[in-house]
Each structure stands twice: as structure tokens, then as C-alpha cells.
Write a protein that binds this ligand. Structure first.
Ligand SMILES: CC(C)(COP(=O)(O)OP(=O)(O)OC[C@H]1O[C@@H](n2cnc3c(N)ncnc32)[C@H](O)[C@@H]1OP(=O)(O)O)[C@@H](O)C(=O)NCCC(=O)NCCS
Length: 160
């Protein structure tokens, strides 16, 4: 699969308040128990959270990611693309960027949870060095499903 994410036209940048509607729409399409606008808006205020969007210029916001960083631990809370933009390498591009940002913030262990049935995401994470370290039984609703807890060890790129 070609990695179009490395080519021009896709900027990954911090979420701004005017991006909220687009991000909430992607979230609502991607997840059965989506976060609402207020949740995203509230996260904008938090220093420990990186809200990143993939801006495809004329097409607008096509994806986003939410990263929590607390000392040397991070959590990839969410990553999603609009359906028509999946399978083109953009998720990989976004995840690479998220891991780089996490590393710059001093994160050494990056955690995430993923539905056991989400093969696309599981494959993506495995290809970036994530491995399963646990299972949360019944973690998800609609439908109820276990979560795989995964972690990746990041290269240190932060100062100090
Ligand atoms: C998960 C998601 C962000 C991946 O983004 P993407 O742009 O589709 O992924 P990429 O095109 O970069 O693919 C990267 C790797 O993921 C895997 N992958 C992607 N789509 C896949 C699919 N439909 N089936 C199996 N593996 C798949 C492959 O290993 C692929 O590597 P390859 O290109 O060498 O085969 C995207 O599918 C998405 O938005 N899904 C809905 C939201 C979601 O489930 N988020 C994760 C919550 S934990």
C-alpha cells in the first residue's frame, strides 16, 4: 500500500476550535459511543493533551488523534480518519507523528486500548511496534467487547 502520507497536501497540526465540528463528525462516524463536542472542547484546555488533526487543505479535516502525556507515560486515546481516506497510509502517517510528539514530550511507554475485532487498527499498531500487555474484559459497549491493551516503547528524543 503506498504511503501517501509522506507526500504533500496533508498537514498534521494542533486542533483549533474551528476544527471541532469536523472532528466530532469523524468521531461519530467511527465509534459507537463517541465523545461529544464538549469533551473535545474541554480537552483543548489541558496541557497534558495533544489534539492533532490531519488537514487536507481543500478537503478539510480528514482525521484526528488524541494523545495524553503524563510524565514518561502516554496514552493514544483516539485516532480516526474519515472512511474514504482510510487504507491509503494516512493512519500510519498520523501514528508516526503522534509517536514522535509523545517522544518529544518525554513519553517512554505509549499505551492504548483497541477492540479485539478491530483488525485494521490492531495491524496498524503491531506494525508500529505495539504489543499486547493485557485485556480489559467488557471494556467497550455497543457492542460489548473486550479491549486489548497495547504498549510501545518509544525512542528518547526529548531534551533532558
Ligand atoms: C485505524 C485507522 C486510523 C487506520 O488508518 P488507515 O489510514 O486506514 O491505515 P493505513 O492505510 O496507514 O494502514 C496501515 C496498516 O494498518 C493495517 N490496515 C489498515 N487497514 C486495514 C484493513 N482494512 N484490514 C487489515 N489491516 C489494515 C495494515 O497493516 C496497514 O499496513 P499495510 O499498508 O502495510 O498493509 C483507520 O482505519 C480508522 O480511522 N478506523 C476507524 C477508527 C478506529 O478504529 N480507530 C482506532 C481506534 S483504537
Amino acid at each position: 500500500m503506498a504511503d501517501v502520507g509522506e507526500s504533500g497536501g496533508f498537514e498534521i497540526r494542533r486542533l483549533r476550535s474551528e476544527d471541532l465540528d469536523a472532528v466530532v463528525a469523524i468521531e461519530a462516524d467511527a465509534f459507537t459511543s463517541p465523545w461529544d463536542r464538549e469533551t473535545f472542547a474541554g480537552l483543548l484546555e489541558r496541557d497534558s493533551v495533544e489534539l492533532l488533526v490531519m488537514d487536507a487543505a481543500e478537503e478539510g479535516i480528514v482525521g484526528y488523534a488524541v494523545l495524553w502525556c503524563i510524565l514518561d507515560q502516554g496514552e493514544l486515546a483516539n485516532i480516526a480518519l474519515l472512511p474514504t481516506w482510510r487504507g491509503r497510509g494516512l493512519g500510519s502517517h498520523m501514528l508516526r507523528h503522534v509517536m514522535s510528539v509523545a517522544s518529544e514530550r518525554g513519553v517512554e511507554k505509549l499505551f492504548l486500548e483497541v477492540r479485539m475485532s478491530n483488525h485494521a487498527a490492531l495491524e496498524l499498531y503491531r506494525s508500529f511496534g505495539f504489543s499486547e500487555v493485557g485485556v480489559r474484559r467488557g471494556y467497550y459497549q455497543d457492542p460489548k467487547e473486550d479491549a486489548s491493551v497495547m504498549v510501545a516503547t518509544l525512542d528518547r528524543t526529548s531534551e533532558g
